[in-house]
Design a protein around this ligand. Structure first.
Ligand SMILES: [Zn+2]
Length: 101
């Protein structure tokens, strides 16, 4: 696993380092295990959460898409899926000096 050179900024190993730097718990909130798998065969996919209004219309902000890119991991024991905002991890990385190289 690791960084996909075709998608700059996408690196699950880096995301795990940033999460550790802010002391995020790695234990599954449902089963208490600590085994996580990112999506895709090589762990190189983001999940895009789309923001919609009550009618289901996709919302947009500033001409871009409404929503956010997130890293996701599934608990390898119970299947619980956790999400972490890419934008927030980038911000924390700048604060803690763990920026992508
Ligand atoms: Zn679990």
């Amino acid at each position: 696993m690791g960084r996909n050179p075709g998608q700059p900024g996408l690196d699950y190993e880096w995301a795990e380092v940033v999460l550790a730097s802010v002391k995020a718990s790695a234990l599954c909130p449902f089963c208490g295990e600590n085994g996580w798998a990112p999506p895709g065969d090589v762990g190189n996919l983001f999940i895009h959460l789309t923001a919609v209004d009550l009618e289901g219309t996709t919302l947009r902000d500033g001409g871009g898409t409404g929503g956010m890119l997130v890293y996701s991991w599934a608990c390898t024991n119970c299947g619980f899926i956790r999400l972490h905002s890419h934008a927030i991890l980038e911000e924390k990385a700048r604060e803690t000096g763990t920026e992508l190289s």
